[in-house]
Design a protein around this ligand. Structure first.
Ligand code: BES
Ligand code: ZN
Length: 642
């Protein structure tokens, strides 16, 4: 149902790629890999099927691909050895791989480029775990994280979200291999081998995807099905993967919501789930994000296993990317908000559809605090460009450095603002569905999005609707800097679930260090609170700088450090570390197995403020635990050289 007739506006080139993707495009990519567990390398080949799309004088003479820290051994074009050069490495963008074509190709011509290569120890996309670092302790483990620009350290490729291709893969490994695609062989009913025998795993992704969605995980992995294809009329099946030791807990955490989220998202977007399979892989704790929307296979942090299903909204978020990000993608990282803003907007509509409007409101309230922190942070660091929704990147800048909640929360608030301005969900959801239908399969810019928005409402609302759109503060929303949104959106959030949390926080603030008043609190206070309400309570409390005595009471009464819920533990440690160093040691232990950057980065920074030696020595001692991406960010945050 892609609309090939959709005409996109001219795009500003992606600043983060060296590839000549405007001239030539990969239409299909085939990976033939062997996992070398001993040496911790992935090696083999990638074959690009390419098509010339640009008109160049004298025709196309070379292909330029992105690489970083790869060992390129041989290149063939249409089966014949080809000359290639690798340019000097840029610290973030890597090295351009220039491949000379044997003859020049005209627009419309197709050819194949085969590259023999191997990853190196510096590969930023791959996390390798020794057997001793896994739950089971018997087998090593491997997983990738390619967003934003790490795919180039795993695959010589056109590493830009502008280019999407189908892909297929054949991976040889002694341990089970999962890819962000549909498994062709071994068949889905076959149990996977862990007995040391090399097996060939074949996968196929028939929907076009950008390079950053090509993902791999391998290790002692088992599956548990949640629902089959055809169940309740679904065109997809869904389940969970993890190490055997964690499969029951993973299944329990997600089985109630996973299929419901996919079905509800299909209804809201007006388009069926395109990808055939929706599985969640629960990774080891070093995984640097909460979730990553790899196609067919969301990667998730084990910190979601709270034991009470209270953190499943992250799965709702990753499912929402199946439409926003994976189907309609941004054309460059400057427009990343189109992925995350729309996804966050849909995630919160799922909360409303499956739970209540108050859940949607609560989610916006928590988001608003995170947004305000990010905006303040960029204000202090003088990085005001990153406060913008559309980011004017500088040459060579790493999108990981701009990563924040701005695209998520400024983006989803902008969409909420438009929803309200245009007359509410009854009017806005049909628009969202038209957006999905118009741009499915494409990589678009903010201008494309806006042009369609205007076109849709011109057709479905006439001059009155257009007048409403004309009243929107476009420049302030899209390019505005500063610590506030152009419109105060908090007045629109349903605060009925947050109010109880605010009341409790006010009582704590009023109690101060008064022992008698503090003695009045009991764990009953929060007995009816969900995790999000506890988070709102703690975040409110954080603004009143409570005393070390009150912090100790807080811990004693509500046991946030014992509860095994990382979201509440994070906020508790933030409060505690703001009041002194009493919890520094305990926080330093807590971060040692929190690879998710949302948790480890702020805690390292907070420890660093009260106990700098401890922060640095803890990090240095455990640096090997973290994924290369997190390791780099923490090192930067602490000013430590590795
Ligand atoms: N796609 C992101 C993660 C990401 C973004 C990785 C940019 C690398 C670069 C993913 O969908 C995400 O947003 N994860 C969040 C989940 C949350 C907002 C519900 C996370 O990891 O915390
Ligand atoms: Zn996301």
């Amino acid at each position: 149902m892609t609309s090939p007739s959709t005409v996109l506006l001219p795009h500003t080139p992606d600043h983060a790629t060296y590839s000549n993707y405007v001239s030539v495009e990969t239409t299909h990519l085939h990976l033939d890999w062997t996992i070398n567990w001993e040496k911790q390398l992935v090696g083999g080949s990638v074959k690009h099927e390419m098509k010339v799309v640009g008109e160049e004088e004298g025709g196309l003479k070379e292909v330029v691909l992105d690489t970083r820290d790869l060992e390129v051994k041989r290149v063939e074009v249409d089966g014949k050895d080809a000359k290639f050069t690798i340019s000097a490495a840029h610290e973030t963008l890597g090295s351009a791989l220039h491949i000379a074509l044997p003859t020049s190709y005209a627009k419309g011509n197709t050819f194949e480029v085969l590259i023999n290569y191997s990853t190196t120890a510096d590969c930023s996309a791959l996390g390798w775990l020794e057997a001793s670092q896994t739950k089971g302790g018997l087998h090593p483990y491997l997983y990738s994280q390619s967003q934003a620009i790490h795919a180039r350290s795993l695959i010589p490729s056109q590493d830009t979200p502008s280019i999407k291709s189908t892909y297929s893969a054949s991976v040889h490994s002694t341990l089970p291999v999962l890819l962000s695609a549909i498994r062709i062989s071994p068949s889905i009913s076959a149990p996977l081998e862990t007995g040391g025998k090399t097996v060939e795993y074949k996968y196929e992704q028939k929907v076009k995807v950008p390079s950053y969605l090509i993902a791999i995980a391998a290790g002692n992995l088992v599956y548990k099905e949640i629902s089959k294809q055809g169940e309740n009329g679904a065109s997809w099946r869904t389940g969970v993967w993890s190490e055997p030791e964690q499969i029951e807990a993973s299944y329990w955490e997600f089985k109630e919501d996973q299929a419901k989220f996919v079905a509800a998202a299909e209804k809201l977007t007006g388009r069926s789930y395109d990808w055939g399979v929706y599985d969640v892989l629960v990774l080891p704790p070093a995984f640097p994000y909460g979730g990553m929307e790899n196609t067919c296979l969301t990667f998730a942090t084990p910190t979601l296993l709270a034991g009470d299903r209270s953190l499943v909204d992250v799965v709702g978020h990753e499912i929402s990317h199946s439409w926003f990000g994976n189907l309609i993608g941004c054309s460059s990282w400057a427009h990343f908000w189109l992925n995350e803003g729309f996804t966050t907007y849909l995630e919160r509509l799922l909360m409303q559809a499956l739970h209540s409007p108050a859940e949607r409101g609560l989610s916006y309230i928590i988001g608003a605090k995170a947004l305000s922190d990010s905006l303040e942070g960029f204000e202090k660091k003088g990085n005001k460009r990153f406060q913008r929704l559309v980011i004017p990147y500088h040459e060579g800048e790493d999108p990981d450095d701009a990563f924040s909640t701005v695209p998520y929360d400024k983006g989803s608030n902008f969409l909420l603002h438009l929803e309200i301005t245009m007359g509410g969900l009854d009017v806005f959801l049909p628009y969202v569905q038209s957006y999905v239908k118009t741009f499915a399969g494409l990589s678009i810019s903010t201008d494309d999005w806006k042009a369609h928005l205007y076109a849709y409402f011109t057709k479905n609302g006439g001059p009155e609707a257009v007048k409403k759109l004309d009243g929107v503060q476009w420049d302030a929303w899209l390019n505005g800097e500063g610590t506030k949104l152009p419109v105060d959106m908090s007045q629109f959030y349903d605060a009925s679930l947050a109010d109880a949390a605010y009341d409790l926080a006010a009582r704590w603030a009023a109690a101060g260090s008064d022992e008698k008043k503090l003695a009045a609190f009991s764990k009953e206070d929060i007995a009816s609170f969900g995790t999000s309400q506890k988070v709102v309570f703690l975040e409110k409390l954080e603004t009143s700088s409570i005393s070390p005595l009150a912090v100790a009471k807080l811990d004693e009464i509500y046991s946030f450090t014992q509860a095994g819920n990382a979201e509440t533990a994070l906020r508790f440690y933030e409060i505690a570390l703001a009041s002194g160093d009493a919890y520094a040691q305990q926080a330093a232990v807590w971060v040692q197995d929190k690879g998710r950057m949302k948790f480890c980065r702020p805690i390292f920074v907070a420890i660093n403020k009260v106990a700098p030696e401890l922060a640095k020595s803890t990090f240095k001692e455990h640096a090997g635990f973290y994924h290369p991406i997190a390791r780099r960010m923490i090192a930067k945050d602490l000013g430590v050289k590795l």
